[in-house]
Design a protein. Sequence first.
Length: 146
Amino acid sequence: MRPIEILLVEDNPGDILLTQKAFERARILNQLSVVRDGESALDYLHQRSPYEDAARPELILLDINLPQVNGQEVLREIKSHPTLRRIPVIMLTSSERERDIANSYDAHANSYITKPPKLDQLAAAMERIDQYWFALVRRAKAEDEV
């Protein structure tokens, strides 16, 4: 079994560490790449410098409140781009505002999850994400792979 390529777009160092630990605790075989702002996320996804050799993620965990380019803008760019739009994007954020939830789904987010505050809760959420997206769901290949 090969590792799942996951891109975490998160600016909070504590949340990055918590997410990394949650994946470890859930024992999900993954390659977790992290970028800390929306501009870097777009550079990573378009394989622009310094990410020319970045692997195409199979799943994106995207925060809304990011510096430079916010998560909603990143989501819109991903879902409007022919080679990126089939990548599942899960909004993983602390925001519980109905407007953020509605805007995310309007921009074609695949899921919206409010970050659980405790490690064991986040690990359980990561296990469910893994079971759903990589065991249950059939995903389409990227448009350039078809």
